[in-house]
Design a protein around this ligand. Structure first.
Ligand code: ADP
Ligand code: MG
Length: 298
């Protein structure tokens, strides 16, 4: 009986390890507990692009068919431009990011990259072209070096460290007893929200993709680090096709176009000056944030 119990125990352990690894991958994108899975079509082709143009063409989407979340979204991000999305929480901003990364397919309409419908492309080629800093980053149970290098597995140690420096996390890592070999994740060091966000930023910097998505990428950072890292994000966005979801309007003032979302619709669009002049939703949000930042001790 003992002899039997051993391998069974071992199998149980392996099962848990594998399950944990899968869980990590799903969690990385906050997709836990979601069953729908997008699969490549048999005839799926690889994305062909150098200077990508993104387009949402009348996109409708629901997680649950009883409740539509996006009600016909249209916008474009021309090659090398930055489009920002703002709006109250729950308005559908992160859903745009998830659809672009193709966690789900749209119910109707289309999302295209250089005219190629995402549904006709391989997921690998789409995801390979996109660097995403999600709202919540979950780390792999592995070293912090592995977690950063995940952005580009072929990167050298030096490149990993340069990315960590740019994301202002290098000094923190070096202060750890095991440095870059420190184990992180559920079974290792528990990093703070801000530290995890920096790891995600380092990953995206290292990946050096043609398309960038920042989903409230600095929301967990204190305002001093936020300024420094925002400057770094602005720098890498230059010349890349970028979708920025912002919680702080000061970070999107320079965007080529700002979309204001409300309950799954784009209710206003334009650049900062035009939206202020319009004196609508955006102008009201702007005034509120100005008052809050004047009131806040710095
Ligand atoms: P935002 O990023 O603007 O805060 P989201 O895009 O995350 O908004 O969410 C838009 C709406 O979709 C919200 O009402 C939210 O509750 C709902 N939602 C988000 N994710 C899911 C999901 N996985 N399943 C069902 N509903 C979801
Ligand atoms: Mg969100």
């Amino acid at each position: 009986l003992l002899q039997m119990a051993m391998p069974l125990n071992y199998l149980g352990m392996m099962y848990r390890e594998v399950k944990q690894a899968l869980t990590n991958i799903e969690r990385l994108w906050g997709l836990l507990d979601e069953q729908q899975e997008v699969r490549d079509k048999a005839e799926a082709r690889a994305l062909q692009t150098t200077q990508p143009r993104l387009a949402f063409e009348d996109v409708r989407f629901s997680y649950d068919t009883r409740r539509e979340i996006l009600h016909g979204i249209r916008f474009e991000v021309p090659p090398g431009h930055t489009v920002a999305v703002v709006g109250h929480s729950g308005s559908g901003k992160s859903t745009l990011a998830r659809l672009l990364y193709r966690f789900y397919d749209v119910d109707s309409g289309a999302i295209t990259i250089d005219g190629q419908d995402l549904r006709a492309l391989t997921q690998d080629s789409v995801r390979g072209a996109i660097g995403i800093v999600p709202q919540d980053t979950v780390l792999f149970n592995d070293s912090i070096r592995y977690n950063i290098r995940y952005g580009r597995p072929s990167a050298s140690d030096e490149e990993v460290e340069d990315a960590a420096r740019a994301a202002h996390i290098h000094r923190f890592i070096e202060s750890l007893p095991d440095g870059y070999d420190s184990e992180v994740g559920e079974r290792g060091l528990k990093l703070s929200g801000g530290e995890k966000q920096r790891v995600a930023i380092a990953r995206a910097l290292l990946k050096n993709p043609a398309i960038l998505i920042f989903d409230e990428a600095t929301s967990a950072l204190d305002s001093a680090s936020e300024k420094a890292i925002q400057a770094e994000l602005d720098r890498i966005a230059i010349g890349r096709t970028t979708l920025v979801i912002a919680h702080r309007l000061s970070t999107v003032m320079d965007a080529d176009e700002i979309l204001v979302m409300d309950a799954g619709n784009i209710v206003e669009r334009g650049n900062h000056a035009a939206l202020i002049a319009r004196n609508g939703h955006y102008a009201a949000m702007w005034r509120l944030q100005q008052q809050a930042s004047e009131a806040a001790p710095t």
